[in-house]
Design a binder for this molecule. Structure first.
Ligand code: SF4
Ligand code: SF4
Length: 76
């Protein structure tokens, strides 16, 4: 299975949660810390799910869905 990871620019995120809804491995989750614009940016949580073997494949569905272009995808 291909490996990937994402970086979310927390200052660009507007908390629309579209990326959360499309990630097939449920690796993006809400977070309760506000950015400078007052939005609560989502976070990438792969490291918290290692035991469940939920890994980012770099599919880029999250980045394609993001209206703010806040997600950068890296593929191994
Ligand atoms: S690239 Fe794919 S697997 Fe990785 S976080 Fe985004 S939607 Fe999920
Ligand atoms: S789709 Fe983009 S703007 Fe919306 S919650 Fe995800 S990272 Fe933030």
């Amino acid at each position: 299975m291909p490996a990937g990871m994402i970086e979310i620019d927390s200052e660009l995120c507007k908390d629309c949660k579209l990326c959360i809804s499309v990630c097939p491995h449920h690796l993006i989750e809400p977070f309760n810390q506000l950015n400078q614009k007052g939005y609560a940016p989502v976070i990438f949580t792969e490291s918290e799910h290692k035991k469940e073997d939920r890994k980012c494949t770099g599919c880029a569905l999250c980045a394609m869905m993001c209206p703010e272009i806040a997600i950068e995808v890296h593929r191994a």
